[in-house]
Design a protein around this ligand. Structure first.
Ligand SMILES: Cc1ncc(COP(=O)(O)O)c(C=O)c1O
Length: 413
């Protein structure tokens, strides 16, 4: 039966129900009549992420920025890029922040600047995004993957130490996954120093993460991040950055990202074009104005999952001691046979979910021919049992409650 409000507004129910749960909707009293008709409707779709939930006025500022920059043809370099770099350095608590085209390039730039190349072995976790593996191969080096632990889901320090002795790698990549980092981050840094292994930290997912009350990027020799739109600090397209306190590395990264330029037509090395567009920098500058509020919102939803889901018997993975996470994602471990049933139920009820890392790196067809350390297959197991529930900045309490009640109804059966 068509309801009155459908005739008037020409909305379908799912869309309307999502609208009435948006923050501030209740302030529009004019819609109260509609709200009263649909508030008890038993179904509300919650997406896995929602990157359109900007602060009031944000998009207006962005539109004026685009107009102004287009009128001045300010597309490459300029004040937006330099402002962004100094704000990033300040936020990450590092001396140098160099912007680039994306997080994958950031990793490659860092490896090249570190002098990693043909024939070098590089250790990295078997559970990460493919870019971490790809960048090693793309600089001509040989990746060796290491299993994660089942507790913090990050690279296993004991296997890492054994792999150093076995492979004598030139470098290693520690990835700070899921919005926190390894319980053994200090040990990774220490052992690499002692054994002369150059350590790169892939921080694509850890913008805003603090370890022992400091930005996680601060203690890294060199680290990277990604501004892919779904990241905690997301651009209006692609973007990335390299962070370091080492001036020589910073200069090298900057040169490589701009055709190895030493002057306009002077090329001191063979690099490529990995400049960040000025428009992306402008969008990131506007976003940085709100980063603390976005982080607070993400963290509070992450904390709710950690507090409430164990009441349903769900194993939620929490960051190790010493970390303040950034709320990048929620991560839960389910029984291997139960997970597909839960996935089907969530789909049926319109609750988004993700399996951010569905497979181990060493199981990818593209990894054939490269080495993997050990045969415990922890990464494979984690990939088969993990499931991520909706989490994004400004997710509402109603949306959280909907996810919770769908889980509760299913688990009660
Ligand atoms: C751990 C990790 N490293 C690297 C990247 C690559 O970043 P980008 O997509 O900006 O190239 C990602 C992106 O998802 C990532 O999650």
């Amino acid at each position: 039966m068509e309801r009155d409000w459908q005739k008037v507004l020409n909305f379908n129910e799912t869309l309307l129900i999502r609208i009435i749960h948006l923050p501030h909707w209740g302030q529009h009293k004019i819609h109260l009549n509609v709200y009263n008709q649909v508030k008890n409707y038993p179904y509300m779709a919650v997406s896995f992420i929602d990157i359109k939930r900007f602060e009031p006025g944000f998009l207006d500022k962005w539109e004026s920025k685009v107009k102004e920059m287009s009128a001045n043809a300010q597309f490459i370099g300029g004040s937006e890029v330099s402002t962004l770099e100094s704000r990033l350095a300040e936020y990450a608590k590092v001396q140098y922040a160099i912007s680039c085209a994306n997080g994958t390039d950031a990793l490659q730039l860092a490896l090249r600047a570190m002098g990693v190349g043909r024939g070098d072995k590089v250790l990295l976790p078997d559970s990460t995004f493919w870019a971490t593996f790809e960048c090693v191969v793309n600089v001509g080096a040989d990746p060796v993957t290491i299993d994660p632990t089942e507790t913090d889901l990050q690279m296993d320090i004991e296997d890492f130490k054994k792999a150093i002795d076995k492979y004598k790698p030139k470098a290693a990549i520690l990835v700070h996954l899921y919005g926190w980092g390894s319980a053994d981050v200090l040990e990774f840094r220490k052992i690499c120093k002692e054994k002369n292994v150059l350590l790169l930290e892939d921080g694509a997912q850890c913008f805003g993460v603090q370890f022992q009350n400091e930005s996680i990027y601060k203690g890294a020799h060199i680290s990277t991040t990604s501004f892919y739109p779904a990241k905690v600090l997301g651009a209006a397209g692609d973007g990335g950055a390299v962070f370091t306190n080492d001036e020589a590395l910073a200069n090298q990264v900057r040169q490589l990202a701009n055709h190895g330029r030493t002057s306009h037509y002077g090329h001191g090395s063979v690099g490529w074009n990995s400049r960040m567009d000025s428009l992306q920098a402008a969008f990131l500058n506007l976003s940085l104005d709100h980063i603390d509020a976005r982080l607070d919102s993400r963290r509070s939803i992450a904390a709710k999952y950690q507090k409430e889901l164990p009441n349903l018997g769900i194993q939620v993975v929490s960051p190790p001691k010493g970390y303040l996470e950034n709320g990048y994602c929620n991560a839960n471990i389910f029984d291997i046979e139960f997970r597909p049933k839960l996935e089907a139920h969530l789909k049926e009820k319109g609750i988004g979910f993700g399996i951010i890392y569905p497979g181990a790196m060493s199981d990818q067809p593209g990894a054939e021919g490269w080495e993997k350390f050990g045969d415990r297959n922890v990464a494979r197991k984690i990939c088969a049992t993990i499931l991520n529930l909706p989490l994004y900045a400004y997710m509402t309490d109603n949306e959280f409650d909907e996810v919770y009640s769908v889980l509760k109804d299913f688990l009660k059966k």
